[in-house]
Design a protein around this ligand. Sequence first.
Ligand SMILES: Cc1cc2nc3c(=O)[nH]c(=O)nc-3n(C[C@H](O)[C@H](O)[C@H](O)COP(=O)(O)OP(=O)(O)OC[C@H]3O[C@@H](n4cnc5c(N)ncnc54)[C@H](O)[C@@H]3O)c2cc1C
Length: 373
Amino acid sequence: MRVAVIGCGAMGAATGWRLATRGARVVCFDRHSPPHALGSSHGESRITRTAYFEGAWYVPLLQETFPLWRELERISGERLLTMTGALMIGPPSSEVITGALATITAHGLDARLLDASELRHRYPAHVAGSEDVAVLDVQAGFIRPEAALAAMIDRLVALGGEIRRGAVVKEVNGRPDAVEIVTDAGSETFDAAVIAAGPWMGDLCPLPLTVERQVLAWFQIEKDVDFLTPDTFPVFLHHTELGDMYGFPTLDGASVKIARHHDGEPTHPDVVLRDVSDADLEPLREFAGSYLHGVTGNVTRAAVCMYTNTPDRHFVIDLLPDDSRIVVISACSGHGFKFAPVIGDIAADLVHDGRTARDISRFSAARFAGAAG
Ligand SMILES: Cc1cc2nc3c(=O)[nH]c(=O)nc-3n(C[C@H](O)[C@H](O)[C@H](O)COP(=O)(O)OP(=O)(O)OC[C@H]3O[C@@H](n4cnc5c(N)ncnc54)[C@H](O)[C@@H]3O)c2cc1C
């Protein structure tokens, strides 16, 4: 079976890897040269966690991802996943807390609820209001996105797959006998196609998606601080009046990465402002100053990334309603990276069998019927 994958970011590369593992002949088209920093799959680290406040139904999929990341580590010899635990911090009524607790109860997950004084005592980097609580999710940590993407691409190529770099796919057409992929270089036919174009998804699929500009910044840490390392400082998401802020332990011993989840400007990847301004950094600097000990206001590095959001912020993983040879994945609404290997495996199921044993009913394209644009 010959399959075209459009886009070789986290989702396309994972799909290519999982399809090639099943013996498909995969050609992965990318407009840039992956791994690159122009889409959504770059920036040193990505959170993974299990006490998912976004919905308990994500848990079975999440639990499948951990062994798949470990499998990729074994194949590549690279360290991709570091377990640190995750802290969700906020008022007891905030969604990050209520949602995480509901998921923990539904699945009996390994987690603890800390009050503000326990939080400060165990994790001296965090500043929390006296009414705040924290959920410590044990099965959580971070993934290194550039290394993970490189490992998936290497595996895909080792299994006979091909990456076409600098190839912009203009059209994906379902013909009676084949799926036609049109690029500037001409057209080519395949048995099936998977569209995983990240923030460019809206150019190829009639889905009601919005793209959001997101800024990441690395803040220098104070000298001699020993409580920001991966073994002492879990990845975190803190619901504050500045927004939902998240961050990582130091990976270089000199800085920590901090960002805000959502609240970015709407954009399109062809015109997105790729420079980071002082105004972009202001809320992050304010968060570092007000909510973290041991972190200075000096920014050592910054980057721009994009979220591709659906109206309900859940994913799209589906066959196109009018052509069951074309699979659409991604639109991950800023929380997809951790799922890449399992989303890739589901895409491989859909290509091979037209169905999957996993429950993806919440991710149907049809839920937006009538809202295309
Ligand atoms: C700042 C930031 C922080 C995040 N943090 C987390 C996190 O902590 N945890 C988590 O789980 N998720 C996180 N995410 C989300 C996650 O990173 C994304 O969901 C995921 O990387 C999306 O991968 P993708 O393959 O869909 O998109 P991309 O990585 O953007 O890949 C799409 C690819 O398609 C190519 N392409 C597009 N159009 C065409 C075309 N017409 N022809 C050929 N090629 C094309 C592009 O060049 C690109 O390589 C974060 C995202 C951002 C931006």
